[in-house]
Design a protein around this ligand. Sequence first.
Ligand code: ATP
Ligand code: MG
Length: 436
Amino acid sequence: MLEIQNRKYTNEITAANAGERVSVAGWVHEKRDLGGVFFLIVRDISGFAQITLPKKKVDKALFDHVKRVPRESVVVVEGEVKGEKKAPNGYEIIPRQMEVLSESSQVLPLDTTGKVGAELDTRLDARFMDLRTERTKHIFIVRSLMLKAMRDFFDERGLIEINTPKIVSAATEGGTALFPISYFEREAFLNQSPQLYKQILMASGFDRVYEIAPIFRAEEHDTTKHLNEATSVDVELAFVSDKEVMTLLEELIAFVYSRVVGYPGLAKLNVTLEVPAIPFRRITYDEAIELLSGEGEQIEWGEDIGTSAERTLGTIIGELYFITDWPCAIKPFYAQPADVDGKSGDICNAFDLMHPRLELSSGSQRVHSYELLKRQIETKGLSADSFEFYLDAFRYGMPPHAGWGLGVERLLMSMLEIENIRDVVLFPRDRRRLAP
Ligand code: ATP
Ligand code: MG
């Protein structure tokens, strides 16, 4: 193999390097034959380099070699840098040597130049190649920026990052959305949320925690906003109320936007971002159903706000907003009922964070009284016995606490105006898709 000397990323080279000997390594993006001169465009993660072969000036064997290399093969090219205004990054390389490290088969499953579009399913089937396109590449760089921003934000505010088990014995919210697995002689499940564990930690003295991890939901329906394996950002804080964790959530969102806003790759995604102003608007559940009723969409008090109603509200409000004061009946057992006139009634200290297009996050003040929690588990028709490991943590000193769960993919797709959630996951899992 050619010894790769002075290897540079294509974006590390400029016209200022003229006269230098460099190597670039990457994929053969395009080949252009203009008769007297042949251009090879080499692509790496950072961008493109133009390799220029004037027929008369380069060695004939090298010229033929370059001409024959199939598109998308992996090559390393060594040569001399020359300034060239019309080439990417203002330079070209006059090659001295090229080695094909791995020859690509033809015909390609996808066009990597972005000139020929492809269906999402085709792209997902050949995801490794789809990631070679500029648009898809930038989605995942933004995803990484987003996660880094979140960790920096939490770190600055003194939250501790935790990892809770993904193989669990009980449902978080009971019900149907679970994947059963066989765990030696017993039945177990893939966790649908770290809810129970992050709450248990509130009894431990770890009073500000976050986790960024997969959640598994056996959603059977085929929508553009549900995955069977999603990534959730979960936060739980003790000695605070739902109001404080709502503030933390909106500050996080604004911070993530502010970190992504200047990313140059956004141009390739055709989005111009603006950092949303905080605080976000807050409307109560009652106000939400009234607004909907004004649009002819009737929701009985106590019914959930479905996808079509979410869209209608989003159109009316047109920006990020919270829906607060939900009926307890449609929120999980761990949501704290609100005190109304000194009595706790039918409304919970629970909230959803909404993007005009879809729900981003759900959270609440949590029940921290053992008796009330046990009662609420039973009222929801669940067996307190299967929650013993969780309930136990409430018997020996549990502070008041509150938190939320935020979908990473939902935030990313809404920021980047991407229609289908599958587009923002490297290897999405849905009812039909288990590979790649
Ligand atoms: P929805 O009603 O939109 O299906 P949910 O209320 O069932 O969501 P929660 O249990 O509140 O979801 O989970 C917290 C957050 O996790 C959601 O707001 C969403 O951002 C994300 N999330 C939940 N389920 C999924 C999923 N199947 N695919 C992608 N993200 C999800
Ligand atoms: Mg929710």
